[in-house]
Design a binder for this molecule. Sequence first.
Ligand code: CP
Ligand code: NVA
Length: 306
Amino acid sequence: MKRDFVDLWNIDPDEAWYIVKRTGNVKEGREELSDVLRGKNLALLFTKPSTRTRVSFEVAINQMGGNSLFLQEGQLQLSRGEDVRDTARTLSRYVEGVIVRNHSHTWLEEFAKWATVPVINALTDKSHPCQLLSDVFTLYERFREEVKDIKIAYVGDGNNVCNTWLVAAGLFGLNLFVATPEGYGPDSYYLQAGQDLSNFTGGNIYLTTNPIEAVREADVVYTDVWLSMGDDRDEEKLNALRPYQVNEELLSHAKESVLVMHCLPAKKGEEITEEVFERYSDFIFTQAENRLHTQKVLMEFLFEKS
Ligand code: CP
Ligand code: NVA
């Protein structure tokens, strides 16, 4: 049966740790990737902009001996109303896998249902599983087995990345504090999924509206943009989020050794100050680099199992 990666719960905790640990071994040259992608064609179907996800996937596919096709909605019959089922069934006859970035998560679920080849979520309005798989690798690379003991704080908008953090905490058994303003919290479906997984893995998920509480004595502070792709400019939302800016004052409540993460792109002056961003930029760009390493192992895993 084909293996999709539409949400993080499509892999179990053992598989998730296998991917994270193998990514480290491959990145550091201790293990080699298989040639499962050699000669395969993979399509990237994107209806939203992307820098990291697109380039890291295309480079990963090419370095693994495969071929990538970048497909934009406007150039496909999708833009003229061809439906998701027919697009999925057609592409499945040409390519061996499809990586999709799309606004609607339900559209992606429908696409995956009709596609007969593995489908990978490259971000939707609800989730960004490739980002979080890679972010947990970045943390594992730094903290090793202690990653389960550190305090991680997500501060800001309860968006797709925040939703996926909840599932990641459950899947990997992490300690996650999430601070979002009233009315801008994460999706309850993803919270439930994270909590259900935590019952098995020993993860802890704590939600608050108080950013200082989340950040207090934290080892890692993570943030993301306040307005995601597809969101309209919303002054009320921006005002509600101002106390959640990752700045020197907020970070003074964290451990002195705190690390700051950002999935990028950043809107400096909104969710993070330029000063804080630059201080942690080396770690943030290592986080971006790791998308490439993690996605190679993710694709190897999915295609070997499919
Ligand atoms: N973090 C991330 O997914 O970046 P892009 O939008 O540039 O792909
Ligand atoms: N929440 C952001 C993440 C970008 C990688 C967005 O959806 O635009």
